[in-house]
Ligand binder design. Structure first.
Ligand code: UDP
Length: 416
């Protein structure tokens, strides 16, 4: 598909071919063969925000790559009032182990808003992929002809049992459940598949930037570059432990000079972000900068310029920000939790930490040793090239979609 504006610019979707230098011609061919078998299928993804957070980041790239390969892949976003998103954020937190008071009123609001979305959605696709708890009950409102997949992105190692019991009947209706890791598996009837997310190396967040472009973004936000930068990029969310990052920085600066930058955005489906951002603003000072903006080029510039990137999460289904920084050859210090333990191999391509003190110790070590930074960074980039590029994610989805092939034939679908 091409799009032309005026007479100067022709827009083109990034295709699998563009990955050839990164993944090799053989993998490109294999992917295209798999995609060809599913050509013209009509697939739809449903989630709860167009931006802010990893799910939106993945969908914005993956849906286009699938379309470029001939699979008609759509993306719908459910709408909801702030009280709906306040409830679903509590569910998100409870899926990651927090307490929840699941009153009848909250259940009613949740189910009613999803019902209203179902009425507007007209899903008549060959395959429906529903992301995370917000749109989960949609399945109740469709006469199920096509396979439905629930893709849950959160850290499910210890979900709150009351919430899980409430959500389980919705989950049971799905034809498959996709989780990021085998350790998130639950006792449910639908088959469970495990697919780790991935990044698009050509997106604004990840593409190559010149030094001038990096300087431009940093100076635009008046970020000082006279000392090494320590960076965390995250939604303002308690599970990302921004306060722990500030505490670790305060300990580390007894031994090293540096500037800390915390940059975050506030997703439309995350009503807790503003309050957490405001509480962190109290920590703003000359060498601690807390910024709330949605600027993917700034994220890119910071991840490239940083001496070290932190992702000191205490829960993390899979941290895209970790993989993004690793792709830029920047060493990452990550919390030893969830998906991060599969993204970083401790001491090989980054460091895993359990506490503020350990994070501070690793910051000092990495800042004092440029050789170590280079070595970790090179390994980090190679890890991402091998395991965490969007083409691998696309192949995992193509394999899963192909496993529903008998359904498509029954529906008269177009897979050949
Ligand atoms: N992100 C961003 N701006 C910000 C903070 C985050 O663009 O200020 C992006 C980040 O680059 C990444 C995604 O949002 O692509 C966050 O995904 P991740 O898996 O790290 O965490 P989630 O928010 O999904 O828990």
């Amino acid at each position: 598909m091409d799009g032309t504006t005026g007479d100067s610019q022709t827009w083109r979707l990034t295709s699998v071919h563009e990955y050839e230098a990164l993944i090799g011609a053989e993998t490109v061919e294999r992917l295209l063969m798999k995609a060809k078998k599913l050509r013209d299928l009509h697939v739809v993804n449903v989630n709860s925000t167009y931006y802010g957070g990893g799910v939106a980041e993945i969908l914005s790239s993956l849906t286009l790559l699938m379309n470029a390969a001939g699979i008609r892949t759509g993306w719908r976003v459910i709408q909801g009032r702030p009280d709906f998103f306040s409830i679903t954020k509590k569910m998100h937190n409870a899926l990651q182990g927090a307490a929840i008071n699941l009153s009848d009123l909250k259940r009613d609001i949740y189910e009613e808003v999803v019902f209203e979305n179902a009425a507007r959605m007209h899903l008549d696709h060959d395959l429906v992929i529903v992301h995370d708890p917000q749109p989960l009950p949609l399945i109740d409102h469709f006469r199920q002809k096509a396979p439905w997949v629930w893709r849950c992105h959160v850290d499910l190692s210890n979900p709150h049992r009351d919430l899980w019991s409430y959500l389980a009947p919705f989950i049971e209706r799905y034809d498959a459940v996709v989780l990021s890791l085998p350790e998130y598996a639950q006792k449910i009837t639908p088959p469970q598949r495990f697919i780790m997310p991935a990044i698009n190396p050509f997106s604004t967040t990840n593409k190559e930037l010149s030094d001038a472009e990096i300087e431009d973004r940093l100076s635009h936000y008046e970020i000082p570059t006279d000392r090494p930068l320590i960076v965390q990029v995250s939604r303002f969310d308690k599970w990302k432990d921004p306060q722990g990052v500030i505490d670790a920085f305060r300990i580390a600066r007894n031994e090293v000079d540096a500037t800390l930058v915390l940059v975050g955005n506030i997703a439309t489906d995350d009503p807790e972000g503003q309050e957490i951002f405001e509480s962190l603003c109290k920590c703003n000072e000359d060498r601690i900068r807390v910024l709330s903006v949605q600027d993917s080029a700034l994220v890119n510039a910071l991840q490239r310029r940083a001496a070290v990137v932190l992702q000191k999460s205490i829960r993390e289904g899979f941290g895209l920000t970790v993989t993004e920084a690793m792709w830029k050859g920047t060493p990452v210090i990550g919390g030893k939790v969830g998906g991060i333990r599969h993204q970083i191999e401790d001491g090989v391509n980054g460091f895993l930490v359990d506490s503020v003190d350990e994070a501070a110790k690793r910051i000092v070590q990495v800042l004092k040793d440029p050789g170590l930074r280079r070595q970790l960074g090179e390994k980090a980039k190679e890890t991402v090239r091998e395991r965490f590029l969007m083409t691998r994610l696309m192949e995992d989805w193509l394999d899963l979609i192909a496993s529903f092939e008998p359904h498509f034939r029954l529906r008269g679908g177009s897979s050949a």
